[in-house]
Design a protein around this ligand. Structure first.
Ligand code: SF4
Length: 442
């Protein structure tokens, strides 16, 4: 979601006449888009502001600096106080559409009064966004927001405070953006929302998330559809059957669990139990046997005992996730957990537990990827591999990263790849039939 907000801000600034610069040292305006889901992510903002202060002092080059995103929304004017003289603009998550105007105000303030501090934290309910503005950074995939904000108030989560209450984007806007992205050659669409399977179109009360998927499936040029994240509480049989029956919907579900202990889940206010989550996994696998699951896990939530942690380990072994994002708990401002629960699991214990969890997860991932060796998989090539410039990388429908040799011209094409070796995070292979590209294979 943050990456997509950056694409939107870049597009807005381009429309206002700016061009992307290579580095901050070449830029007239620097926008720092921030995340506050974890404490460490938040600290990075102040490190970056410190670097910009040093750059300005040493070189005399002093660009307009805007702080955007969740930390901006959360900290507001405190950013000016904590890093005096560096940031000119603090723009909240729902105010980014006004960024070009705020830049103008800040630069006008600098030249007239010498004071450039501009702040806009207006939560604003309007979730429409003009077509043709977003500067999409990826030639193959397009992010499309369908829901902003969240009403769940899980006790650890800062999102309802930084992104506001849940607002559905009109279906007409979503389909317009999908059609635009497909017409520009994006073959994969990623639908974004805090709880995508809670979607009901404000402009068509009969269209829920399943209905939206059905309509997007009909858009010419869209080859694959992904989404993040569904909430375990909002699955229906109709949704799973639709996923089974529509071939463009990728066989991957990100199914955040957060803990394997029912006791901890209750304290997190997740509103499902270990048992109901596992039964959902069974129902998903009965209808979609080839689906890959991934998840998020929080380690060391207040009150987490050894027994709770062992429930998390055992759930991880039972579900056999293809991938997992695991984090050590840190209290987030304004949340129920921060206000009412002591952060009582020692950091050393959190570290010990997360290391143990990641070891179990790593061995599951290695086994799942090993199973692919010797098999042919269909891969949408989406980038030059980060490992070696001569390699390409892409993903299977299950979201497994596949590395292969091939020319850059293959980026955006679908190829069949024979997998030759596997690691815990990706696999390697060669394109079938000596590199023949099987264009448009689903
Ligand atoms: Fe945060 Fe997700 Fe819970 Fe919403 S559902 S409060 S975004 S963790």
């Amino acid at each position: 979601m943050n990456v997509h907000d950056s694409e939107r801000m870049a597009g807005l600034l381009e429309q206002a006449g700016f061009e992307a610069a290579e580095t901050a040292a070449d830029a007239d305006v620097v926008v720092i888009n921030t995340c506050s889901v974890r404490e460490r992510a938040e600290e990075k903002l102040y490190t970056r502001l410190g670097e910009l202060r040093v750059m300005a002092a040493e070189s005399g080059h002093d660009p307009i600096v805007a702080v955007a995103g969740c930390v901006a929304q959360q900290e507001g004017p405190a950013i000016f106080k904590r890093s005096p003289g560096v940031a000119d603009i603090v723009v909240g998550t729902q105010a980014i559409r006004r960024l070009p105007m705020l830049v103008e105000q800040a630069s006008g303030g600098r030249s007239t009064s010498g004071s450039s501090s501009v702040i806009d934290l207006d939560p604003h309910d309007d979730v429409t966004f003009p077509l043709g503005v977003t500067r999409r950074g990826d030639p193959v995939k397009a992010y499309v927001t369908i829901i902003e904000g969240c009403n769940e108030f899980c006790s650890f989560c800062v999102v309802p405070y930084t992104r506001g209450h849940e607002r559905m984007r009109p279906k007409a806007d979503i389909l317009g953006e999908v059609r635009e992205a497909a017409a520009q050659g994006r073959r994969e669409v990623h639908l974004l929302g805090q709880i995508v399977n809670h979607y009901v179109a404000p402009d068509d009360g009969l269209c829920d998330f399943t209905g939206l998927l059905e309509e997007i499936h009909e858009v010419p040029g869209v080859e694959r559809i992904r989404f993040a994240s569904p909430h375990p509480r909002h699955f229906s049989v109709r949704f799973l059957e639709t996923m089974r029956d529509l071939p463009k919907i990728c066989r991957h579900l990100h199914l955040p669990v957060q803990s394997g202990s029912t006791r901890v889940l209750a304290a997190m206010r997740r509103r499902y139990t270990r048992e109901s989550y596992l039964s959902l996994v069974d129902r998903i696998r009965a209808l979609l046997p080839d689906v890959a699951l991934s998840t998020d896990m929080i380690i060391g939530f207040p009150g987490e005992t050894d027994a709770d942690f062992h429930d998390t380990l055992s759930l991880t072994s039972l579900v056999r996730y293809h991938s997992m994002f695991s984090f050590k708990y840190s209290p987030r401002p304004n949340t129920l957990a921060e206000q009412r629960m002591a952060d009582d699991v020692r950091d050393a214990v959190k570290t010990e537990r997360i290391v143990a969890l990641q070891a179990v997860q790593r061995s599951v991932q290695t086994e799942l990827n090993d199973d692919l060796v010797g098999r042919n998989v269909v891969v949408l090539i989406d980038a030059a591999s980060r490992r070696r410039e001569t390699e390409l990388s892409g993903r299977t429908s299950q979201n497994v990263v596949v590395n292969l040799p091939g020319p850059a011209a293959w980026i955006g094409r679908t190829v069949t790849v024979r997998v030759e070796r596997a690691g815990p995070h990706s696999v390697w292979g060669t394109a079938g039939d000596g590199g023949r590209v099987s264009a448009d294979e689903g």
